[in-house]
Design a protein around this ligand. Structure first.
Ligand SMILES: Cc1cc2nc3c(=O)[nH]c(=O)nc-3n(C[C@H](O)[C@H](O)[C@H](O)COP(=O)(O)O)c2cc1C
Length: 164
């Protein structure tokens, strides 16, 4: 057991790598511009009113557009979306326009881009952004939903993609 007075960031990351998480692309569009990023730090908060949260790094200044637009869509990925997930994770240095070329996109209520073949889409109005440490937690009221075909979900576990 690792027990130290201060848990170092690397030790924390190593521990979190044991989590198996669903992979999503969170998107926004509006006056501040269009943007998407791959995330696993997203979950349900409440079903009444339906509310989700997403944690986005404050180290990417581009992430401010999620707050400026006041809306976002959480697109949950399937096993066939691994390439798209990599494109939106920033590792290949693609600009936003090129990233959106990796899928077919539409919109529901808010105008945030929704992926046509996502497992499920939560279209949200931003109700509250909250800065905590290195990240910004976006709380979103779900104003649109789309449940897609029942395909194998894409999972991220121990720093790699897995298929459930
Ligand atoms: C599997 C995976 C999960 C990720 N999860 C998050 C996350 O939950 N929150 C976050 O801010 N960034 C997360 N990232 C990193 C962002 O996708 C990345 O910082 C962003 O797309 C970079 O965009 P930029 O190059 O435009 O700054 C994740 C990356 C990968 C590969």
């Amino acid at each position: 057991m690792l027990q130290t007075p201060t848990i170092q960031p690397q030790a924390y990351r190593d521990a979190m790598a044991q989590f198996a998480g669903a992979v999503h692309v969170v998107t926004t569009d509006g006056p501040a511009g269009r943007r998407g990023a791959t995330v696993i730090a997203a979950c349900s908060v409440s079903d009444e009113p339906p509310t989700v949260l997403v944690c986005l790094s404050r180290k990417s200044p581009g992430n401010d557009v999620f707050v400026d637009n006041g809306c976002f869509a959480l697109n949950t990925l399937g096993a066939h979306h691994e390439e798209l997930s990599t494109a939106f994770s920033g590792v290949s240095g693609l600009d936003q326009e090129t990233r959106f070329g990796f899928g077919a996109w539409g919109a529901l209520a808010t105008g945030a881009p929704v992926l046509s073949d996502a497992i499920v889409v939560f279209d949200c109005q931003l109700v509250e952004p909250k800065d905590v440490a290195t990240h910004r937690v976006l709380f979103g009221r779900v104003t649109g939903l789309r449940i897609g075909d029942s395909v194998t979900p894409l999972i991220y576990h121990r720093r790699g993609y897995r298929h459930l």
